[in-house]
Write a protein that binds this ligand. Structure first.
Ligand code: MG
Length: 458
């Protein structure tokens, strides 16, 4: 696919992502939905970016011009729009750039089941877009828009139904919530209050300038949340990305909890022998160890939530139970709830664990893992292919299990190493992880040495 990446369309506003472009994407998606699904109505929503209203207005025009009525939800987390789409059984167009910087925006397309569009459907939308084959309506059939009220509370209400309210209320938690001025600002603090938690907030006013922190919930951006948790009696800090489909945690001492550690802790709670669990090819040894311990099978996909969702659905079709899936960036899927990433739901499930243990105790079980990341730059195609050949040679010469779904991941008894060309930059990315820091360095060096030697000889 040329236009749609694994997370839809993204770009810098008024440069690569213009209202004109949003109009065309909406007309293309609308034409496909009307023809293939026979729908007459779609959902439209956006996150808190300054460009959200502008891009959504253009999309609204595009949808109306191909004859679709629009249920406009305004600002709501992506999982809130997905929940509404599923309830109404109509597709959705979500204007969001998720964790990207403030000057970016994007469009995510969601099916009538509330789940991100699968690759084959995105390809059909893309063909219409590139060929400009839009089927505009005659004047009497142009779509009309209406604003839907109460959807934030509806979303919160269905979340409340889906989690163990009693267990969370009994834990008498104080939670510090940092939605990072994103869409989670309009729902997460209220949700946790209704769960019976005492709620502290930071960066919880919707603001597309993101004055308090950048939208990506990584450790570098969460210093203020860490200090708030450390200096208050909060049991947990919860941070979202811009559209609140991800949740990242800070323990009661103010320490950042690695996303991979939270995923592993939640997986240990969910998984039973014989289950399947799906993650990306860069997944942590923590999840490998949890799956091994409980006797579940770990399936790895290419990086990106759409690949993970496709694999979850394929396993379910074969009759495999898949209670959890996701990545170490806070994007976790609980298919028993919904096959979507939902930051508020994920955070509530983590709060359930706090009924028995402090957050720091939960994280401590997954502390002793060491990650090494290295990038090797290449100048041209010749260097690139010499490097990928070298990676392949190492993979063949080493007598271990190799996953080749996205680069080469070599699985050793005490750790792993992955080497793959970056999708966006002229780099070979090398990731290694082990419980022993020297071993992690050694595994990274195995690939790094081979790749740099190949580049020198090329
Ligand atoms: Mg997101």
């Amino acid at each position: 696919m040329k236009v749609f990446g694994s997370s839809g369309v993204r770009g810098v506003v008024n440069e690569t992502l213009t209202p004109e472009y949003a109009l065309q994407v909406a007309m293309a998606a609308g034409t496909v939905w009307r023809n293939e699904l026979g729908v007459s109505r779609v959902v439209l929503a956006h996150d808190t970016r300054t460009s959200g209203g502008m891009i959504a207005d253009a999309a609204r025009s595009g949808l109306a011009s191909v004859g679709l009525d629009v249920d406009y939800l305004g600002t709501i987390p992506t999982p809130g729009a997905q929940t509404y789409a599923d309830r109404e059984s109509i597709p959705a167009l979500m204007v969001t750039a998720s964790h990207n910087p403030p000057q970016h925006n994007g469009i995510k397309l969601i099916g009538r089941d509330g789940i991100e569009l699968a690759v084959d459907q995105l390809e059909r939308v893309e063909q219409r877009l590139l060929g400009e084959r839009f089927e505009r309506s005659e004047w009497g059939a142009i779509g009309q828009a209406r604003t839907i009220d109460g959807v934030r509370q509806d979303y919160i209400d269905q979340l409340l139904e889906a989690v163990d309210r009693e267990r969370i209320a009994d834990a008498e938690l104080t939670v510090a919530i940092d939605p990072g001025h994103g869409a989670g600002s309009v729902t997460s603090p209220q949700f946790f209050r209704e769960l019976g938690c005492h709620v502290l907030t930071i960066n919880a006013q919707p603001d597309g300038h993101f004055p308090g922190r950048k939208p990506e919930p990584v450790a570098d951006n969460l210093g203020d949340l860490q200090r708030l948790v450390e200096t208050s009696d909060a049991d947990l800090g919860i941070a979202h990305d811009g559209d609140a489909d991800r949740a990242i945690f800070v323990d009661e001492t103010g320490s950042f909890i690695e996303g991979d550690a939270a995923l592993a802790a939640l997986a240990r709670e969910e998984l039973r022998a014989g289950d399947g669990v799906v993650s990306a090819v860069s997944t942590s040894q923590r999840l490998v160890d949890v799956a091994d311990d409980v006797g579940a099978e770990l399936h790895l996909t290419r990086i990106g939530s759409s690949h993970i969702i496709t694999k979850v659905q394929a396993l379910q079709k074969e009759g495999t139970r898949v209670p959890i899936a996701g990545e170490g960036n806070g994007g976790i899927i609980f298919p028993g709830y919904r096959t979507i990433r939902d930051g508020a739901y994920t955070a509530a499930r983590f709060c359930e664990l706090l009924a028995d243990q402090e957050a720091s105790e939960i994280a401590a079980d997954y502390d002793e893992y060491y990650n090494v990341r290295k990038n090797v730059h290449y100048e041209d195609e010749g260097e690139r292919s010499a490097m990928t050949d070298a990676i392949e040679t190492v993979a063949h010469q080493t007598d271990v299990d190799v996953t080749t779904i996205d680069g080469h991941r070599l699985e050793f008894d005490d750790g792993w190493v992955l080497a793959r060309p970056s999708g966006t930059e002229p780099l070979i990315r090398i990731y290694a992880e082990a419980r022993d820091p020297d071993r992690a360095e050694e595994l990274a060096a195995l690939m790094h040495d081979a790749v740099t030697a190949a580049a020198a000889a090329a």
